[in-house]
Each structure stands twice: as structure tokens, then as C-alpha cells.
Ligand binder design. Structure first.
Ligand SMILES: [Zn+2]
Length: 442
């Protein structure tokens, strides 16, 4: 669907275009953890996610490299920008459009977006989630309208307008489109960040996705919490279910669960009683898996419990792990834990006015009368890989007065909010790309 507004043609048909094109490849996880990759042909043959669901598949993300790349090729040729594609691993391609600056020796600006989307449960949507239906209020419904095809198109349209005005800037701007973000970014940004082609981009500052804000303010993210996924193993004395066996796995398990969930309550209380705290400022703990036992009358030799914890950058990780060790010791003999995931990077991006990148970003927003709310991202984005190699990255999707609907049914974005976002990048890109040479540059 193509909408024309006034004299210029805004490509918000592309919001659905991208989403739709992103459906060319799907990654599925069977309930046993075997990962199966489907080709775009398989996808077409299968038809809907519902069919897959009835066959015991759970879709983790939709990624349609061929179609997405074709779309990006078209955009690049419309913008008159060269595009480089790097296959970071089989079937996973990163595309980069480059708008060369007049002083290419200076560090560049990276505008990053991911091309994949999460699946939909079509029966819960008011409209076809891949048709980009616009209702009478101007709300555009489609998977990816908030996460983050809106931003992808806003980058492209802002560059289109700046180029049409004949503007040039000292610093180079790269538009980067990465796959795999929705399943962890391991075969996307994480691999590409250490690739020689990434180093060649000579990035100085990156913009990546953020979240909508239901109020007047715009949320910006300067750091992320570290996910720790761990399983605690509680071995115990086995025996017959009719006796009072000592030192059972279940007693230890109870102690472990109590320790973790008591801590959870304290953190929840901290969040709810502090006016300035957001989810990104506290540690969330959730018990997500429980395993053990073979029969009603057999006291098991082991019971295990797994937790998903998200730890803010301000927490001392060594001390935090000591606390986990203590909880295990207190639970009884031989209680151990192991990590399935343990992220340790606590780098945050400077939001100090003395930082030239932040200064340019925040001053531009101020000049547009935008109120910024600085937060730690509660979940994870590709920004963590950028920050981990020491580069500043701000998570920002210019969506205010918008409920947070990423990954949700009926994800939508109002066209006015979307169009204003283009204007925001139309100011941000020149401001960032015109930052004078900094000490150490040239
Ligand atoms: Zn996203």
C-alpha cells in the first residue's frame, strides 16, 4: 500500500513492505531444542504460523534476507548510495549504505536497524499484521511498526530529504541493516562487530533502537542490563516416599527458591517505592524452569531450578555472584549452579553534556522541544555489542504518545508520530555528522 501525503511520497507502504519481505526466512525451535531452518519456499508452502503451531513448532523470529536485501537495494539506488553486503555466516547478511562525508578521515555516524521481526498470532490482530492497515485515527497496524521498521524507514527518508536539499557533512553516515537481532544477534551484530568490514566503517557514534513512550517524553537508552540465566542443582538423598528421609533435594530446592524469590520481592519493592526508578534500574529475578522427580513414591536424587535474572550496570557483579554462592551454601550440601548465559559487560554510554556526541544529540532534541528521559534498557538490543567494543551507542526510537507494543498483538504507530520521527533524524544526522574533529581525530 502506498500513501501519498502532500507533494512528497512517504514510503510508509514500506513499513509493511519490509515486514512482509522479512518473512522470507523463518527460524523455528521445536519443543525439543533442535533448531530447524526453513527456506522462503518452505515458508510460502506452509502458509501460516498457526499451522506450524499445531505441529509443535514455536517460531522465534522471522527473517527474510533475500526480500529484505532486495528492498534495501532499491532504497540504496533511490538514494544514490553504494551498498555493501557482508555475509557474516551462511544466510545472514549485513547490508551497509554509506553516505560519504567531505572529511572521510573523521569517525563516522552509524544508524543501525535490524531487519527481522518476531512472529504474530494473526487471530489476535484487529487487522492483517502484514498489510500495514491505517485506521481513521492514522494508526498504522503492522508487525514491526514499532520494532523497528519505523526507524529503518525514518533513517532512509531523512537521508533522502537531506540529499535532496543538496546538503553535505564532514562526517560519513552509515545506514546499517542487520539480521538475527530478535534471536539474540549472535549471527548478526555480534559476529559483524569483530569483522574487518565493521572496523573499516570507522564508527564514532551509533544510534540504535529504543522503545515507545506513552507520555510526552522520548525515552533514550544509554546502557542495558546484563542477562544471567542460571540453573541451580540440588542433589539429595533418595529414598522411599513413605519415610522422613533427611537431606532431600526438595528441602534444598525450597531454600534456593526462597532466597531467589525473597530477593525478587525486595527488588520489586525498591522499584515500586522509588519515584525515579525504572525497570532498568533494578534486578529482576524470575523462576522460569523446574525439573526433577520420577515417580510419586520415589524421593528424587536431584531437583533443579532455573532463573532468568537481569542485572543493571550499577550492580557489582562479583558481589552479586558471591550472594548466589551464599544462597546455594545455605541451601545445604553440594548445591551447585551453572550459567547458560552470563553477560558481564557494564559499559554505559556517556550522557554527560561534555561528551560531544551526547551534546549534539541532546541539543538537537532540545531545539525540537523534545523532552528526553534517560534510562537503562530493561531487556537486550544489539547496542550491547556496540558498547562492548567501546563505542558509544544510544537506543532511540522517536515514538512518544505511543503505548509500548513491540512484540505484542496489534502493534501500531500513528502516522503523525512516524512522520515527526523523520523530521527528528533530519536534524539529528546533520548535527552528529557536523561535529568538529575531536582530539585524536586527524
Ligand atoms: Zn527490535
Amino acid at each position: 500500500m502506498l500513501y501519498s501525503v502532500g507533494h512528497s511520497c512517504f514510503h510508509y507502504h514500506t513499513v509493511s513492505d519490509v515486514s512482509q519481505t522479512l518473512l522470507s526466512k523463518a527460524t523455528y525451535k521445536r519443543k525439543t531444542p533442535a533448531i530447524l531452518a526453513f527456506t522462503s519456499k518452505t515458508w510460502e508452502e506452509l502458509g501460516t504460523l498457526n499451522q506450524l503451531a499445531t505441529n509443535g513448532y514455536q517460531a522465534l523470529a522471522l527473517d527474510l534476507p533475500d526480500a529484505a536485501l532486495k528492498f534495501l537495494d532499491r532504497m540504496a539506488s533511490e538514494l544514490g548510495l553504494p551498498v555493501v553486503k557482508v555475509e557474516v555466516c551462511p544466510g545472514r547478511v549485513v547490508a551497509i549504505m554509506t553516505w560519504m562525508g567531505t572529511n572521510p578521515g573523521l569517525k563516522s555516524i552509524l544508524l543501525n536497524s535490524h531487519t527481522d521481526v518476531v512472529p504474530v498470532y494473526k487471530e489476535h490482530w484487529k487487522y492483517d499484521p502484514f498489510a500495514a492497515f491505517k485506521d481513521a485515527d492514522g494508526n498504522i497496524y503492522a508487525r514491526g511498526t514499532q520494532d523497528m521498521k519505523c526507524v529503518t524507514i525514518q533513517y532512509i527518508e531523512a537521508i533522502r530529504r537531506l540529499k535532496a536539499k543538496g546538503q553535505t557533512f564532514a562526517r560519513t553516515t552509515h545506514l546499517m541493516f542487520v539480521p538475527d537481532e530478535e534471536v539474540g544477534g549472535h549471527k548478526g551484530m555480534e559476529m559483524f562487530i569483530n569483522h574487518p568490514e565493521f572496523k573499516n566503517l570507522n564508527v564514532g557514534f551509533a544510534l540504535d533502537e529504543g522503545l515507545a513512550n506513552p507520555g510526552e517524553a522520548f525515552t533514550v537508552f544509554y546502557g542495558e542490563r546484563n542477562p544471567w540465566w542460571l540453573t541451580v542443582r540440588c542433589p539429595g538423598s533418595p529414598g522411599h516416599g513413605s519415610r522422613f528421609v533427611e537431606n532431600t533435594a526438595a528441602e534444598k530446592l525450597r531454600s534456593v527458591i526462597n532466597s531467589f524469590l525473597d530477593f525478587r520481592e525486595k527488588e520489586k519493592h525498591r522499584l515500586n517505592t522509588s519515584e525515579c526508578f525504572t525497570l532498568g534500574d533494578v534486578t529482576t529475578v524470575n523462576m522460569t524452569m523446574l525439573n526433577g522427580g520420577v515417580a510419586y513414591n520415589v524421593i528424587p536424587a536431584e531437583m533443579d531450578v532455573s532463573f532468568d535474572m537481569r542485572i543493571p550496570p550499577a550492580v557489582n557483579l562479583q558481589e552479586f555472584e558471591e550472594q548466589i554462592k551464599r544462597w546455594c551454601r545455605e541451601a545445604g550440601e553440594d548445591v551447585t549452579y551453572e550459567f547458560a548465559q552470563k553477560h558481564m559487560n557494564q559499559t554505559v554510554t556517556s550522557t554527560d553534556e561534555s561528551d560531544p556526541w551526547w551534546h549534539a544529540f541532546s541539543c538537537t532534541c532540545k531545539s525540537l522541544n523534545m523532552t528526553l528521559k534517560k534510562e537503562i534498557f530493561p531487556a537486550a538490543t544489539d547496542s550491547r555489542f556496540i558498547r562492548a567494543v567501546g563505542l558509544p551507542a544510544i537506543g532511540f526510537s522517536p515514538m512518544n504518545h505511543t503505548p509500548i507494543l513491540l512484540h505484542d498483538h496489534n502493534e501500531y504507530l500513528n502516522e503523525q508520530v512516524f512522520l515527526r520521527g523523520i523530521q527528528v533524524y533530519e536534524k539529528l544526522v546533520p548535527a552528529l555528522a557536523s561535529i568538529p574533529p575531536q582530539p585524536g581525530e586527524e
